[in-house]
Design a protein around this ligand. Structure first.
Ligand code: UGA
Length: 434
C-alpha cells in the first residue's frame, strides 16, 4: 500500500520504518526541514534501538522517503497516519494545534479516497474533530474515513513492540476501513481488536493509566515494606505469581517519567473533570508518583544532614534505560532538589547528556564515564537502571568515591552482593545496608 506518516517523532519514525520493512511504500512528512534532511541522509534524530538500521535499509531500497512537501505526501496515498505531537498545556490539557494543522493540510491536498488513521495519543472525541475538519474542507467527491489506531510502543523497545505487540486496536464503524486496516496489519500476526472510535481512544488512555497505577501501587507497598522490614522484591515476586496480577510493571523505584504516563494520567484526570467526574484514583496515582521522585533527596538528607556543598553524583539522566529521552525524568526533579539544597551535582548517562544539557545547561557537571563521574563524590544516587550502571563493579564506588554512600532508586544491586563491600546502601522498599 502507499502510506504517508505525518510526524517524524518517535511514533511516526518507528511506524514509518516498520511499515516500509513490511513492504509498503512509505513517505514520512514533517514540518522541520532540518530533521527531514537528517533523515534523508540516513541519520535518526532520536536514539531508538534498531531504528536507524531500518531507516537506512528502507531508504536505500526505495521503500521509504522523507519530505516537507505536503502535495508529495498526501496527493496519492491509500492510508495517512497522523503521528504528530500532542503536548501538554497548563493543568494537564492537551494541545491539539498540530492535529488541527495536519487535518487541514490533509483535507487540502488529498486527491483520492483515503483512510486517515490517528496514532497520536488524543483526548476522547478528537477523532470526531479530525473527521469534521477533513470532511468540511476536502473536495466533496472524495471519501476520507477516520480511524483511531492508538500505539502501544515503549520507548527503547518501540521497533520490537511494533512487530511483537500484544494487540492492535482499530476504532471505526466503517467495515471497509476495518478490512483495509486488517489487511495492513495481517502479516504481523498480532490479535486485532476492532471497536468504535471513542472506545479505541479510551483504550489507549486506560492502558497507560492502569500501568501507571500499578507503578504507584507497588511504590506505596515498597514504602510500607521499608517501615515494617519487608523486602519489596520478594513481595512483588510473590504477588506477581497470581496470574490475575502478573509480574509486569511491579518494579518499585522512584516513579514513572517519560513523555507518556505523566501526560496521559494528567489528561485523563482533566478529561474526567470536564465531564464532571472526579477520577480520584488517578489523582492519587499522580500524587504518589510526585512524592516518589523526591524519595532519594529525602533519604540523602536523612543520612548526611545538610547537602550544602556536598558532592553528589547522579547516575542516569534518561527517564528509563535504552533511550536518550529525559522528558519528565525523575533525574531532573532530583537534580533540581539537590541544587536547591546547595549540593554540587555531577551526572553520568551513556547517551542522554546532550538532551539533559538543553534543559539543565551548566548548572551541573556531566560525564559519560561512570568512574570520572563518581570521583571524590560524597553521595551517589542511581536514577536510571541502565545496564552500564547495573554492571558497575561495586569496588568502583569504594575506590572512586570519597564516602561510599549510595542511594539506589532502581534497586540495581543485590543486597547480598552489597553486604560484601564497605558501602552504605539505601534502595527502595528493601532493608538498608550499613
Ligand atoms: C509507555 C507504555 O508502556 C507504552 O505501552 C505506550 O505506548 C507509551 O507509554 C506511550 O503512550 O507512547 P514508555 O513511556 O516508553 O511507554 O515507557 P515504559 O516502559 O512504560 O516506562 C514508563 C516509566 O515507568 C519509566 O520511567 C519506568 O522507569 C517506569 N516503570 C516502569 C517503573 O517505575 N516500574 C515498572 O515496573 C515499569
Amino acid at each position: 500500500m502507499k502510506i504517508t506518516v505525518a510526524g517524524a517523532g518517535y511514533v511516526g519514525l518507528v511506524t514509518s520504518a516498520c511499515l516500509a520493512e513490511l513492504g509498503h511504500q512509505v513517505t514520512c512528512i514533517d514540518i522541520q526541514r532540518e530533521k527531514i534532511d537528517m533523515l534523508q541522509n540516513g541519520r535518526s534524530p532520536i536514539y531508538e534501538p534498531g531504528l536507524e538500521s531500518l531507516l537506512v535499509k528502507n531508504l536505500r531500497n526505495g521503500k521509504l522517503d522523507f519530505t516537507v512537501d505536503a502535495h508529495h505526501a498526501y496527493s496519492n496515498v491509500d492510508i495517512i497516519f497522523i503521528a504528530v505531537g500532542t503536548p501538554e498545556i497548563h493543568g494537564g490539557s492537551v494541545d491539539l494545534k498540530y492535529i488541527h494543522v495536519v487535518s487541514h493540510t490533509i483535507a487540502h491536498y488529498i486527491e483520492n479516497d483515503v483512510i486517515v488513521c490517528t496514532k497520536s495519543t488524543v483526548p476522547i472525541g478528537t477523532n470526531d474533530l479530525i473527521k469534521q475538519i477533513i470532511h468540511s474542507r476536502k473536495p466533496p467527491k472524495l471519501h476520507a474515513e477516520v480511524v483511531a489506531n492508538p500505539e502501544f510502543l515503549r520507548e527503547g523497545s518501540a521497533v520490537f513492540d511494533f512487530f511483537h505487540g500484544d494487540r492492535i486496536v482499530i476504532g471505526t464503524d466503517n467495515p471497509k476501513a476495518v478490512s483495509i486496516m486488517e489487511q495492513l496489519y495481517l502479516p504481523l500476526k498480532i490479535p486485532i481488536i476492532t471497536t468504535d472510535i471513542k472506545s479505541a481512544e479510551m483504550i489507549k488512555y486506560a492502558s497507560n493509566a492502569f500501568l501507571a497505577t500499578k507503578i504507584s501501587f507497588i511504590n506505596e507497598i515498597a514504602n510500607l515494606c521499608e517501615k515494617v522490614g519487608a523486602n519489596i522484591e520478594e513481595v512483588a515476586f510473590g504477588i506477581g505469581h497470581d496470574k490475575r496480577i502478573g509480574h509486569d510493571f511491579l518494579k518499585a523505584g522512584i516513579g514513572f517519567g517519560g513523555s507518556c504516563f505523566p501526560k496521559d494520567t494528567k489528561a485523563l484526570v482533566e478529561l474526567s473533570g470536564s465531564v464532571e467526574h472526579r477520577f480520584e484514583l488517578l489523582e492519587a496515582v499522580m500524587k504518589v508518583n510526585n512524592r516518589q521522585q523526591s524519595v532519594p533527596v529525602l533519604k540523602a538528607k536523612e543520612t548526611i544532614g545538610s547537602l550544602q556543598d556536598k558532592k553528589v553524583t547522579l547516575l542516569g539522566l534518561a527517564f528509563k534505560p535504552d533511550t536518550d529521552d529525559v522528558r519528565e525524568s525523575a533525574s531532573l526533579r532530583i537534580i533540581n532538589e539537590l541544587l536547591e539544597e546547595g549540593a554540587v551535582v555531577r551526572a553520568y548517562d551513556p547517551i542522554a547528556i546532550p538532551n539533559a544539557k538543553r534543559i539543565l545547561g551548566n548548572t551541573i557537571e556531566y560525564s559519560s564515564d561512570i568512574r570520572v563521574a563518581l570521583h571524590e563524590a560524597e553521595l551517589a544516587i542511581i536514577a536510571t537502571d541502565w545496564e552500564q550502571i547495573k554492571h558497575v563493579p561495586l569496588e568502583v564506588y569504594c575506590t572512586h568515591m570519597k564516602d561510599s554512600i549510595v542511594i539506589d532508586g532502581r534497586n540495581c544491586y543485590s543486597l547480598q552482593e552489597i553486604q560484601k563491600y564497605p558501602i552504605t546502601y539505601f534502595s527502595i522498599g528493601r532493608p538498608y545496608v550499613f
